[in-house]
Design a binder for this molecule. Sequence first.
Ligand code: NI
Ligand code: MN
Length: 227
Amino acid sequence: MTLKYTWYGHGTFGLDLDGTKIVIDPFFEGNPAASTTLDKLEADFIWVSHGHGDHIADAGPLHKQTGAQVITNAEIAGWLGKQGVETHAQHIGGGFQHPFGHLKFTYAQHGSGLPDGSDGGNPVGFLLTTADNKKVYFACDTGLFGDMALIGESSLDLAVLPIGDNFTMGPDDAVRAAQLLKPKHVIPAHYNTWGLIEQDAMAWAQRIEAETDAKAHVLQPGDTFDI
Ligand code: NI
Ligand code: MN
């Protein structure tokens, strides 16, 4: 089976599994790093990791445009449900066999307040296991936490990690994260969207190559990576 990752800029990602399209944390309108616009996107499923505007902003509009089901935590699912969005609620530690594969919600150390001040529950990361046993981990917005070592026990093919600092892990902690997660490949995210989270991703990638067993891939918004 084919599995293609796309970085749409900031913390917004795409996965294409044999033609099934997943959009993760859709943030296009108002995203200075966005590589495309909402109207050009197709989606069969949408995943939302937490309630912050730079992750949920276009979840409702993308659902309206595509009919894609939104998979998110129970609190955000309730909030979106009241707006007429079709959702599937999960929570941390819980996995479910979806048509595209097995998706487990993981711990994330962050906040999750919704744009209108509603409680967005706890933020999550995502661990995808495909039918042919490829494993992809999206840390989403988080600081470094020691239990990444537990997630690392699952032989990850790819880990997508924030490196922007200020709101999430910065480059130093993201190197430490890669040491705990032990992925085959690692891709940085959540940086260079605004000056506040500007980072030298190539310098970080060199550290990954020197200090971990992972291979680092620095993408530009719009770039894809075949997993
Ligand atoms: Ni956030
Ligand atoms: Mn964010």
